[in-house]
Design a protein around this ligand. Structure first.
Ligand code: NAI
Length: 388
């Protein structure tokens, strides 16, 4: 594939229009299809607004802005994908709908067109199974907002051909993205490894150890994370974040490590989704006062340690199960969700024996399988090894 490759994008929502913007900025002709004309009009208007801001900030000039919008064909007809070398699907996150769409898509494209899905939680194997030529199907998972977040997870299914994988990865690399290769398992890398960032923070709150504001203060000020867990959940939306947690929990056959939290469930049930409707863990209405954190350094350090060792345990277990390489696991968390450090490098810094001891203490105290240390950590400590 090269710049002459026409890129198709199905679904003109926030992800689809972001992906279309990236491909067009990289000088591809783009066909952006949505069945809903309003969604298309909205995508075009918002893209023009984004480009106008980039011109204002002198990131691009007027001519480039015009050419980016000019290369995108906004269409409500999937037949317009007929000359595409790749089509990336970014429609609603429902397996039955995606399967129907992939079966149909295959009839609208040429024989060697790659069909990719931007799904964050469905198995690529199940989407690919809807196609006759399932070896052309692959997961290409962008992060929100796609034009700004550098990371893209590349997820070959069991059916995916080696050539599909290589071609897709080379193409996305050429778009100046950081690609990581991951196995087709629930949550891929980022949405799997990041679960304790939310789950353990919620547990710390539920036990009454600290309130939302204090946990967020500890994680940002002491932990170096760009956003605290509760601010981030409010930003993502408690409806969306809770559903991802529940999906990952089910997909892992109810492993207690991934168990969702009643606190978040109740916030979701109350309609307290977060920023988008003015109320989540925090109140975003006008004039609302921000709660003050308890800036007790010792308490803060306890909070950060507990969440970070749980994150490290997930990262180590992902490596143990060959979900991705050491480098890709660390890159995924720094480039996909802006973690201050790669978790495996961080583990080396803290000391693996120290990480293991904290996990074992938690497991003893709670008697829960949730805190079981990854066998890889145990083996590495026994052999006195480090990740790097
Ligand atoms: P969205 O709801 O903003 O947009 C979906 C678009 O797809 C809508 O414009 C809708 O009209 C269109 N659509 C629905 N069914 C269609 C069909 N059969 N044919 C053509 N168009 C159709 O959704 P969003 O947030 O952009 O997500 C899209 C996909 O990307 C989902 O699979 C989601 O899980 C995934 N994703 C979302 C992220 C996020 O943070 N929003 C991050 C990474 C992946």
């Amino acid at each position: 594939m090269n710049k002459q490759t026409i890129v198709g994008v199905l679904g003109a929502g926030s992800m689809g229009s972001g992906i279309a913007q990236i491909a067009s900025t990289q000088e591809h002709q783009v066909v952006l299809v949505d069945l809903n004309d309003d969604a298309l009009a909205k995508a075009e208007a918002s893209l023009k607004k984004i480009l106008a801001r980039l011109v204002e900030k002198e990131k691009i000039n007027e001519a480039i802005s015009k050419s980016i919008i000019g290369r995108i064909k906004f269409s409500n007809n999937v037949n317009d994908f007929s000359d595409c070398g790749i089509v990336i699907e970014a429609i609603i996150e429902k397996l039955e709908v995606k399967q129907q769409v992939f079966t149909q898509l295959e009839k609208n494209v040429n024989d060697d067109c790659i069909l990719a899905s931007n799904t964050s939680s469905l198995s690529i194997a199940s989407i690919a199974s809807a196609c006759e030529k399932s070896d052309r199907v692959i997961g290409i998972h962008f992060f929100n907002p796609a034009p700004l977040m550098p990371l893209v997870e590349i997820i070959p299914a069991v059916q995916t051909a080696e050539e599909t994988k290589n071609t897709a990865r080379t193409l996305i690399d050429s778009w100046k993205k950081v690609t990581v290769l991951t196995k087709d398992t629930p949550g891929f890398i980022v949405n799997r490894v990041a679960r304790p960032f939310y789950g353990e923070a919620l547990k710390i709150y539920e036990e009454g150890i600290a309130d939302f504001a204090t946990i967020d203060w500890a994680m940002t000020e002491l932990g170096g994370f760009r956003m605290g867990p509760f601010t981030l959940m409010d930003y993502i939306g408690n409806d969306v974040n809770y559903t991802v947690t529940e999906t990952v929990f089910g997909a892992f056959y109810y492993d207690p490590r991934y168990r969702p939290s009643f606190t978040q469930k109740r916030h979701k049930e109350a309609g307290w989704f977060g920023r988008k409707n003015g109320r989540g863990f925090f109140d975003y209405s006008e004039g609302a006062e921000k709660p003050e954190p308890n800036k007790d350094e010792e308490l803060g350090a306890e909070i950060v340690n507990r969440i970070v060792v749980m994150l490290i345990n997930e990262a180590a277990d992902a490596l143990f199960l060959n979900i991705a390489t050491r480098e890709d696991i660390d890159l995924a968390m720094t480039k996909g969700v802006n973690y201050p450090k790669g978790l495996l490098a961080w583990a080396d810094e803290i000391g693996l024996a120290n990480v293991l001891k904290q996990l074992e203490d938690l497991q003893t105290e709670y008697g829960e399988d949730r805190y079981r240390p990854s066998p890889l950590l145990k083996r590495m400590v026994a052999a006195n090894k480090t990740f790097y």
